[in-house]
Ligand binder design. Structure first.
Ligand code: NDP
Length: 480
């Protein structure tokens, strides 16, 4: 099966005439389907279509735009099982995690639909006086570049606010997970969007990303992915002063104090450390343990890791699927080898690659925990984006916060404690976009801003009000 690009309301092949395969990471060497290897000319076509559709879409009443998005959400709800299967097939995460991803997209999308009219109440004639007012206007064409770790949820979190606020969209899914992206395009088509309002182009970011980011008609780029590519995008976007919303990497710390409920803290480390095989930007990757409870915590953590079933995500019995593809597998294994060589002590995991399911050929890595990690080690500093936890010990809350902040990243964080005072000290001291008390690092709600500080992000955060604000300009109107 070969899937096409979606441009101007039509399904079309790339001008390159070339396609690429989509591997199921649970079955090395498999190909689920073929997708278009698009060129910069295809991107130009898509931007042409979006730019032509913009004048009419921006004038479409917000109630009508909202109606289209609501129809899309209904179709998404109806496709939950089919889409979850696609996400698991191409990303590897467990089917339960894929269902949770779809549910999260539904919750976030519904939040934006429910807030859109109130959002516009602060804008337009009458907002200040009959002679002066501030008017929200869509920015134009929005470029959406999404990653493979949440291939449909991240796309929705960016695309739906862009459409609700009257922008048109060119969307590029990740090469590891094009099918989820194209499936979303089919749902938006069915939702009856006018031709050109939403366009989807598949292909390598390194080939077509630049064309999308630097087209002067593209006025906003919303990107989730690595910090390295995020920096490139920000530099390229600066050429036309195109605004960017960058959601990037993390090295998120979970702090466990001696007064914590240890069972809950271990649960948090397992959930945020190993869901999606550790491939999420808000996953826990460093666990900082108050010295008096370090030993019992580790014993419980290792026991839980050993019980986890790693295998094909389609099986309901699987606790953790493979990592998303060969590059991830190679990088995570290299990070594990490097940690061992640096002197960290592996207390859970598998020193040698081992396929843990009856399908022996997937990119499986067992939940891995390293103790005796020191801040100078790469495993402490660098984002691994895999099922690997680095454990450090500390003697005081101030030391724990200093360790947590010893990172170029600042996305998420968590503390487990029963002391209000300690929690307050942590909340005020931690350098992170998300601070959780007795809640795991991956938790979020749609009404709250979602974004990082330091090198974890730039631009207005997603979700909350800012998810909409990113896609509008403010026009000051004076009338005499
Ligand atoms: P990338 O940052 O390379 O990819 C993310 C998205 O950006 C993909 O759609 C990708 O396309 C696209 N892209 C790549 N290069 C460019 C470019 N020059 N211009 C515009 N778009 C581009 O991440 P990787 O997939 O390579 O993963 C590498 C690492 O990035 C991970 O190990 C992890 O550390 C981090 N990452 C973080 C994520 C997060 O949620 N914060 C999500 C994904 C990755 P294509 O797939 O075609 O290359």
């Amino acid at each position: 099966m070969t899937f096409a690009n979606f441009i101007r309301g039509q399904w079309s092949a790339s001008r390159s005439g070339a396609t690429f395969g989509d591997e199921n990471p649970a079955i090395r060497g498999s190909s689920l389907a073929e997708f278009q290897s698009s060129t910069v000319d295809d991107v130009r076509d898509a931007v042409d279509a979006a730019a032509q559709a913009f004048p009419s879409w921006r004038r479409t009443p917000v109630t009508e735009r909202k109606h289209h998005v609501q129809t899309f959400l209904t179709l998404l709800r109806d496709s939950r099982e089919e889409l979850s299967r696609i996400v698991t097939l191409e990303n590897g995460k467990t089917i339960r995690e894929s269902r949770a991803e779809v549910d999260s997209a539904l919750v976030e999308g519904t939040h934006h639909v429910n807030q859109i009219e109130a959002f516009y109440e602060g804008s337009g004639p009458g907002a200040f006086s009959s002679k002066t007012w501030m008017q929200y206007e869509p920015v134009g064409v929005a470029g959406i570049i999404s990653p493979w770790n949440f291939p449909m949820n991240v796309m929705c979190r960016k695309t739906l606010p862009a459409l609700l606020t009257g922008n048109t969209v060119v969307f590029k899914p990740a090469t590891f997970t094009p099918w989820s992206g194209v499936f979303m395009a089919t749902l938006l088509e069915k939702a009856g969007l006018p031709p050109g309002v939403f366009n989807c182009v598949t292909g390598a970011g390194s080939t077509i990303g630049h064309a999308l980011v630097t087209d002067p008609r593209v006025r906003a780029i919303s990107f989730t992915g690595s910090t390295a590519v995020g920096k490139q995008i920000q530099q390229q976007a600066a050429e036309n002063l195109t605004r960017t919303q960058l959601e990037l990497g993390g090295k998120n710390a979970l702090i466990v104090m001696e007064d914590a409920d240890l069972a809950q803290a271990v649960d948090a480390a397992i959930t945020a450390g190993f869901s999606n095989a550790g491939q999420w930007c808000t996953s826990t990757s460093r666990v900082l343990l108050h010295r008096p409870i370090a030993r019992p915590f580790l014993e419980r953590l290792v026991a839980r890791c050993e019980k986890m079933t790693v295998g094909d995500g389609l099986s309901e019995a699987t606790d953790m699927g493979p990592v998303a593809g060969p590059a991830q597998y190679r990088d995570v294994r290299a990070a594990i080898r490097q940690a061992e060589a640096a002197g960290a002590r592996m207390v859970a995991g598998d020193p040698e690659p081992r396929a843990a399911s009856p399908e022996p050929s997937g990119y499986f890595i067992r939940p891995t925990v390293f103790a005796d990690v020191t801040p100078d080690m790469a495993i402490f500093r660098e984002e691994i984006f895999g099922p690997v936890l680095a454990i450090c010990e500390f003697d005081s809350i101030d030391e724990a916060i200093a360790l947590g902040n010893r990172s170029m990243y600042g996305l998420s964080s968590a503390i487990f404690t029963t002391s209000h005072e300690t929690a307050r000290t942590y909340i005020d001291g931690i350098e992170a976009g998300l601070a959780h008390v007795n809640v795991h690092t991956g938790y979020k709600e749609p009404a709250m801003p979602f974004g990082g500080v330091k090198q974890s992000g730039a631009g207005l955060p997603e979700n909350s009000e800012t998810g909409l604000e990113f896609f509008v300009d403010r026009k000051a109107v004076y009338v005499r």
